[in-house]
Write a protein that binds this ligand. Structure first.
Ligand SMILES: NC(=O)c1ccc[n+]([C@@H]2O[C@H](COP(=O)([O-])OP(=O)(O)OC[C@H]3O[C@@H](n4cnc5c(N)ncnc54)[C@H](O)[C@@H]3O)[C@@H](O)[C@H]2O)c1
Length: 245
């Protein structure tokens, strides 16, 4: 997989799966624009990536803020002239609570970031992709959006929406050179972990372990590559053969 000459935007790139995905793109020749609310960690990621490329723009941007997203993507397009790849990865999660203990403010926050944020970012790249007749949009969903995780109604609902939005958009742009797919992780190693290959035992998968950030990034990069030209509208689970708990 070679991304030379391609511009890739990754949201939520300061840590976890987003950071690992940014690293793979950098190693394989892409120019990057990385978005996160955590600028300090983004600066560290940029430093890490300098081993592979100097073409890394970083933006502190809350994807639930439409104006901030618009101005971030204007800057990206001004600098790079196009966007080939958008990885809609930033999201809120890891927050378990019984439904009756969660609040409407919390539900709204989750939908604002995970759903509206994905829509805002996507809307910013479609014109450039249409102009070039080429684009790869990879949304990061979750097995929670397929099975519905217990005590995560507020989160599962957002990921179900992302999966449904993926198939709708894929159909709309299928004839324009733009593919839209969703990668849905199962359990991934804790995001605080710096080691991209870190995994832990888990009862949630028949493989009895979590997935690593790098394993997820490898799938995301494939779906975002030219080689994945006949795949669109799919939700691809990466979950070590999930047990439906
Ligand atoms: N880790 C898992 O077990 C798991 C499982 C299923 C799905 N996922 C999905 O994979 C994706 C990445 O997961 P991860 O484990 O790397 O997450 P993570 O929490 O480690 O990283 C998410 C990143 O997004 C950023 N972010 C959060 N809100 C933001 C906002 N409003 N605007 C901009 N940036 C924001 C955070 O600062 C963080 O750097 C998410 O979409 C998540 O829902 C993860």
């Amino acid at each position: 997989m070679d991304f030379t000459g391609q511009i890739a935007v990754v949201t939520g790139a300061a840590r976890g799966i987003g950071r690992a995905t940014a690293q793979l793109f950098a190693q394989r020749g892409a120019k990057l624009a990385l978005i996160d609310v955590d600028l300090e960690k983004l600066e560290t990621v940029k430093e890490e990536l300098s081993e592979y490329t100097k073409d890394v723009l970083i933006y502190k941007c809350d994807i639930s803020d439409m104006e901030a997203v618009n101005s971030t993507f204007s800057d990206i397009l001004e600098n790079y002239g196009k966007v080939d790849i958008l990885i809609n990865n930033a999201a809120l999660f890891r927050d378990y609570m019984p439904f009756m203990e969660s609040t409407p403010d919390r539900w709204k926050l989750y939908f604002d970031v995970n759903v509206m944020g994905t829509l805002y970012c996507t809307r910013c790249v479609i014109p450039s992709m249409l102009e070039n007749g080429y684009g790869r949009i990879v949304n990061i969903g979750s097995v929670a959006g397929v099975y519905g995780n217990r005590f995560m109604t507020h989160y599962s609902g957002t990921k179900g929406a992302v999966i449904a939005m993926t198939s709708s958009l894929a159909k709309e742009y299928a004839q324009s050179g733009i593919t839209v797919n969703c990668v849905s992780p199962g359990s991934v190693s804790p995001s605080a972990h710096e080691d991209m290959d870190y995994v832990q035992p888990t009862d949630l998968a028949f493989m009895s372990r979590t997935g690593s950030d790098r394993e997820n990034a490898e799938l995301i990069a494939f779906v975002a590559s030219k080689e994945a030209s006949y795949i669109s509208g799919q939700n691809i689970q990466i979950d070590g053969c999930r047990k439906l708990l």
